[in-house]
Design a protein around this ligand. Structure first.
Ligand SMILES: Nc1ncnc2c1ncn2[C@@H]1O[C@H](COP(=O)(O)OP(=O)(O)OP(=O)(O)O)[C@@H](O)[C@H]1O
Ligand SMILES: CCCCCCCCCCCCC/C=C/[C@@H](O)[C@H](CO)NC(C)=O
Ligand SMILES: [Ca+2]
Length: 594
């Protein structure tokens, strides 16, 4: 319980200006005083956003003491930049140097502030396992970590064990197999692909330890305690953007340092009772699958490859036949078209915590929750849509990214236990361009006659009998799923199998596995059908958070708040407060399912 009792109050000097400093309850503030002792400006910092308190006048670039006296102390804290420039909720490191009247008073300030930090911020990380992908995005991950992030971790007293990856899936395998004792979180410096590796490692490890089978679609997966942090250094950085509001390494590092905690829904993707992958952002068939497949041919272009491929795929003007079945979420609670935004402290998400993790939970009620969540969903509750689609997309969050600041589904929630299913039926090229273009404007991309959107708990995608692609070269086709693939369900996400081996189960030899991205790129580009090959495939591929899935017929289930990120959701821009009136509750860290 927080108290507002004053812990310490005194005069302090910032340069030659006298201030009144006050530590009361969970807030530290300092007010400039004029010559007549009247209050001028006040700066107020919640203790939870204090990064460090150091004796003396300290700078962090490089961390050194400048000429100081034994009456000085330095406060480092989270400083919000002006968001009016459209840069989103950008954070930087604030630094204020205080001079007290005596050394004794300085010591009291340092002691009291550090006690307040311990009291109000018990869940800050002390030790982190950091994975850097030197080849992601613009290939600047190492530089970003060492110049912008490591100094902040050091300042906050966080020790980090750094692994620079040498192959794809190394981070995932490390988390699955190595001793993680003592680590408070795992961090990736890279893009959505690196995040996905950590996601698979953390979920897999947690289920292994809990004895839960990831392949059983009806099972309630064990929520993961080990937090994931993302330092954005990739091409799209969609997960970072959608959970922080900006893709900025310093902002993300500060969220990690202060121990923010944001639960996140995760979608499990299955094929024939076998787990294929997890997704948090996009499970997309048609346009987004084709763009990803095409983009793998142009990896050398870096982040621009998506724009170039998007243009080529758009010109192809393709649509695909399929049957989409979905299990609707409770439409009384929210809707993908209710114009709300999931912001930091989102009321919908925190109320979902109660629903997903009722407080008085015993082993037997856990079992009954498992039944109530999944098994009793009879087939009668499923709805079905059949037709030709430009794209079929499922997203557990808004999936906003720099290209599309509102995202695929602007009103989706990060942690409400549901996903949004977007069906874009076949339409003329101008209609589809209008749909795509609206992702980049404030216009409603769902307000088009050929688009429908549903808030769902689960989705299945299949073909009418005889409708599957008969292209022999098409390895994602369910017909090509040789029985061997499913003989050993444990192996689909097993490190000995390249998870991007499309359709044919490939036990890669050690040296092949090490080739990482090169090998992956070659495999992925084998897929592209329409643009360059003479034979156009009747099926597309699924894009699952930037990875191509080896199957076209899949079923997906949303697992509410399965993982936790060092983030707090997108902070509200004060100028747009009216947009989300009534949807706020408390800050991201108030979520708890323990
Ligand atoms: N050392 C490595 N060599 C080759 N591939 C790697 C290595 N380390 C990680 N990878 C793989 O590279 C893929 C892409 O990396 P990452 O996500 O960091 O960048 P990106 O693709 O540019 O960004 P985005 O996913 O945002 O588009 C990941 O899926 C990861 O599995
Ligand atoms: C005429 C203008 C056309 C602009 C089209 C913009 C459409 C942007 C839609 C962005 C959706 C982003 C979804 C995120 C997907 C990520 O999970 C994934 C992994 O990084 N990224 C990609 C590119 O597949
Ligand atoms: Ca959700």
């Amino acid at each position: 319980m927080e108290t507002d009792s004053v812990k310490l109050e005194s005069s302090v000097w910032l340069g030659n200006k006298r201030h009144r400093a006050l530590l009361s309850g969970w807030r530290f503030s300092w007010t400039e005083l004029d010559k007549k002792n009247r209050d001028k400006n006040t700066i107020s910092v919640p203790v939870s956003e204090v990064v460090a308190v150091m004796e003396g006048q300290v700078e962090i670039h490089p961390q050194k003491k400048t000429k100081d006296t034994d009456r000085d102390f330095t406060l480092f804290y989270v400083k919000r930049s002006n968001t009016s420039g459209g840069k989103g909720p950008l954070w930087s490191l604030g630094r204020s140097q205080f001079c007290c009247l005596s050394r004794d008073l300085r010591d009291q300030w340092v002691t009291q502030l550090r006690i307040a930090l311990k009291t109000h911020c018990p869940s800050r990380p002390c030790r982190l396992l950091v994975f850097i992908n030197p080849y992601g995005g613009k290939k600047k991950a190492k530089q970003i970590f060492h110049s912008s992030v490591a100094p902040l971790f050091e300042l906050a007293g966080i020790s980090s064990h750094v692994v620079v990856t040498e192959r794809a899936n190394q981070a995932r395998d490390h988390i699955l197999k190595k001793d993680l004792t003592g680590f408070d979180g795992v961090i990736c410096v890279g893009g959505d692909g690196m995040f996905s590796e950590l996601l698979h490692g953390v979920i897999g490890r947690t289920q292994q330890e809990a004895g839960v089978s990831e392949h059983d679609q009806s099972v309630m997966l064990q929520p993961c305690d080990l937090h994931i942090g993302i330092i954005p250094a990739g091409s799209t950085d969609c997960v970072c953007f959608a959970t922080v509001g900006v893709n900025d390494p310093v902002t993300s590092a500060l969220h990690i340092v202060i121990g923010d905690s944001q639960p996140l829904d995760v979608c499990s993707v299955h094929h024939c009772s076998t787990l294929v992958r997890y997704s948090v952002s996009l499970v997309g068939y048609g346009f987004y699958g084709d763009v990803l497949a095409e983009s793998e041919r142009h990896r050398w272009m870096g982040p621009l490859r998506y724009d170039y491929s998007g243009f080529l795929v758009y010109l192809c003007n393709r649509s695909y036949q399929g049957i989409v079945q979905y299990l609707p979420a409770d439409s009384q609670i929210t809707s993908p078209r209710d114009n709300s935004r999931c912001l930091s402290g989102c009321r919908v998400c925190s109320e979902s915590t109660e629903r997903l993790f009722p407080r008085s939970e015993s082993c037997s009620s856990l079992y009954s929750r498992q039944l109530s969540q999944y098994s009793i969903e009879s087939e009668d509750n499923w709805l079905s849509v059949e037709g030709r689609f430009r794209c079929v997309s499922l997203t557990c969050m808004s999936s906003s990214c720099p290209r599309s600041p509102k995202g695929l589904s602007p009103s989706a929630h990060l942690a409400d236990g549901t996903g949004d299913l977007i069906l874009v039926r076949n339409t003329n090229p101008l209609g589809f361009l209008t749909y795509l273009h609206r992702h980049t404007t404030t216009q409603d991309q769902f307000d088009l006659p050929f688009v429908e959107v549903h808030r769902v708990k689960a989705v299945r995608f299949s073909f009418l009998p005889g409708e599957e692609d008969d292209d022999e070269d098409q390895p994602n086709d369910s017909q090509n799923n040789t029985p061997g693939i499913l003989e050993d369900p444990e192996t689909l996400c097993n490190s000995d199998i390249e998870s991007n081996s499309f359709g044919s189960k490939q036990h890669l030899a050690g040296n092949q596995r090490e080739q990482g991205m090169t090998e992956k790129s070659r495999n992925k580009s084998d897929y592209l059908c329409g643009l360059c090959s003479s034979k156009r495939s009747a099926t597309s591929v699924w894009n699952c958070d930037g990875e191509i899935l080896p199957y076209a017929e899949i079923s997906c289930r949303v697992h509410g708040q399965l993982v936790r990120l060092f983030a707090r959701g997108v902070e509200e821009d004060p100028s747009s407060r009216k947009y989300n009136e009534g949807n706020r509750n408390c800050r991201g860290r108030c979520f708890s399912h323990s």
